[in-house]
Design a protein around this ligand. Structure first.
Ligand code: ZN
Length: 563
């Protein structure tokens, strides 16, 4: 593929669905007439080109909407996309079905990859034309959540802020400032709680109805199919959550007790959780442009390919990192498959989080770039838990270079990053467990859902004390977690990936940094050519579902932290 190295040169006209349908009809005819597996594989490749065009257009529309959620033109384009996409999915699923039942299936699979067929088996179960309208409605509700979150405006300590930038005060060295920031944050959620409840209630009902139409018992089953999980299932995830309860919750509780001691507070309150040191958290020693320059030095020092790639991203304007009013919160990486280049979106707020988000998203981007020539398109990205290995591992692999950003505070940063990574695990599985409960009881009232969340907090985050913050104290915390709205069952993925990323960290720190980096780059290059556990094992990692894997990893972290 020819690389388009300038973001502004990427164009993607709105696809003409009728024309696409005709081209797909032709491909069906060619596939039917295929005399050899090579003929069938040629159809897959021709289809792939169409898929790349549609995907590039969809990514561009989505990116522009996220960059300015209040822009009417971008909103309309997103609405139009959300209406067109289910029609395209219908055409795609018809092709997948035809390939799955093709008399030459085995031969075609040998040419394009067995794993593609395994993914398509799952895809066809997750779609039927009967849910097309439901998918449009679902996308609308998800956009409503994004817009609502992006509309938040605050005035605090003389600054005009949004959710992303208010967050920086939650890790301020002054306890009063932190408390005040969190108060503002949760007052806003309390004001809009009814809207969040309504959006979520509609999403839960809609998703449950889709699951029923497709013949599933509940949306949990469909949710796993939508995440394309083919080598693990609900019982494996349950065992992993149990391992977190057994091995990580006690450790995280002890870390929080020590944190309170270090901060000199009698009890760790919700507004203390993000700060681990009375001096406040380490902060990068410069602004956006300075950080980008340091990142270039860092990636150059780590790996020649990684450095060259970052240069391409920056030079071609594939980065949008500054926070602005109206920009959606959070960070993500997206791809333009016709251009071969990914794009990184973030909301810098001047805290250590910027460095973490940055290394995280560049990990995704580097993998996507390394996999840009894989055919079919299904292999451009692996499933999400594997994607998060690329991002979360890079956060750890960049450790030796953190002095570039934090100077004398680098060691403090590394320790905090490790502690945050461990304490994150119980939160991550809480978000996952919550969703299993919600979709198992779709008729539950919004109040009952808040009560479920409180049970999760007591189970997984027993140290949590919201004090006088009434809204989260009554169970509203989950509403600030976008994945619960926009990416159902996409959250356990971070905890599975973290268990893998920490293995990369241990190898780099204790064994052979060069070999760990090489295994990392090789893993990025494989993209989505295999399912999760196979990819992990191919990089020399244990699967988080292997007995004792989590306990072993956490045991090493305990040693390092002397807990
Ligand atoms: Zn990620």
């Amino acid at each position: 593929m020819t690389l388009i190295a300038d973001f502004d040169a990427i164009t993607a006209p709105t696809p003409d669905l009728d024309a696409l349908a005709e081209r797909m009809e032709e491909l069906h005819r060619t596939l039917e007439a295929a005399a050899t597996p090579a003929d069938g594989a040629a159809v897959v490749r021709a289809w792939d080109e169409l898929r790349r065009e549609v995907e590039t257009w969809s990514s561009l529309v989505d990116l522009r909407f996220n960059q300015d959620t209040a822009n009417e033109e971008h909103k309309r384009a997103r609405e139009q996309r959300d209406e067109l996409l289910p029609r395209w999915t219908e055409l795609e699923v018809a092709m997948k079905r035809a390939l799955l039942v093709h008399p030459l299936r085995a031969g075609i699979a040998a040419e394009v990859g067995e794993h593609a067929f395994a993914l398509w088996e799952v895809d066809v179960l997750a779609f039927d034309p009967a849910i097309k309208e439901d998918l449009v409605a679902e996308a609308k509700l998800e956009a409503e959540y994004t817009e609502l979150m992006a509309s938040a405006e605050f005035e605090y300590l003389g600054e005009k802020l949004n959710l992303a930038t208010l967050r920086k005060f939650v890790q301020h060295a002054d306890r009063e400032v932190r408390h005040g920031a969190l108060q503002q944050w949760w007052n806003w959620f309390a004001e809009h709680g009814g809207e969040f409840d309504r959006i979520y209630d509609e999403l839960v009902r809609l998703r449950t109805a889709m699951a029923e139409k497709l013949g599933f018992n509940d949306f949990v089953e469909l949710g796993y199919k939508r995440m394309k999980r083919i080598d693990y299932d609900r019982p494996d995830v349950e065992r992993f959550r149990a391992a977190v309860r057994e091995h990580v919750v006690p450790l995280a509780t002890e870390l929080c007790r020590r944190q309170a001691e270090a901060l000199g507070v009698e009890k760790l309150m919700a507004w203390d959780e993000r700060v681990q040191d009375p001096r406040g958290n380490p902060r990068p020693n410069g602004d956006h442009d300075w950080m980008v320059a340091r990142a270039q030095e860092m990636f150059d020092a780590m790996d020649a390919e990684l450095g060259a790639f970052f240069g391409l991203m920056n030079g071609g304007r594939f980065l949008d990192l500054k926070s602005r009013q109206g920009k959606s919160s959070g960070g993500f990486c997206t791809s333009f498959p016709t251009a071969g280049m990914p794009f990184v979106f973030a909301n810098f707020n001047g805290t250590k989080d910027d460095v973490e988000v940055f290394t995280h998203e560049i990990g995704h981007a580097f993998q996507c770039y390394q996999s840009r020539d894989h055919v079919p398109l299904d292999f451009l990205w692996p499933t999400m838990e594997s994607c998060e290995i690329h991002s979360m591992s890079l956060e750890f692999l960049t450790w030796p270079h953190m002095d570039k950003f934090f100077g004398d505070d680098a060691e403090r940063f590394r320790r905090m990053h490790l502690i945050d990574g461990l304490v994150f695990l119980p939160y991550g599985v809480a978000v996952d467990h919550f969703q299993h409960e919600v979709y198992s009881r779709p008729e539950a009232s919004p109040a009952a859902r808040h009560a479920i969340w409180l049970v999760m907090e007591r189970t997984y985050l027993p140290w949590r004390d919201w004090g006088d913050l009434a809204y989260p104290a009554k169970g509203g915390r989950w509403q600030a977690q976008p994945h619960i709205f926009g990416g159902p069952f996409y959250y356990i993925d971070y905890t599975l990936a973290q268990t893998c990323a920490m293995q990369f960290w241990l190898r780099a720190e204790r064994e052979d940094r060069g070999a760990a980096m090489k295994a990392y780059v090789d893993l990025c290059r494989r993209g989505g050519q295999a399912p999760f556990q196979e990819l992990a094992r191919s990089a020399g990692l244990k699967s988080p579902f292997d007995d004792g894997c989590l306990a072993e990893v956490v045991g090493h972290a305990r040693e390092v932290l002397a807990v």
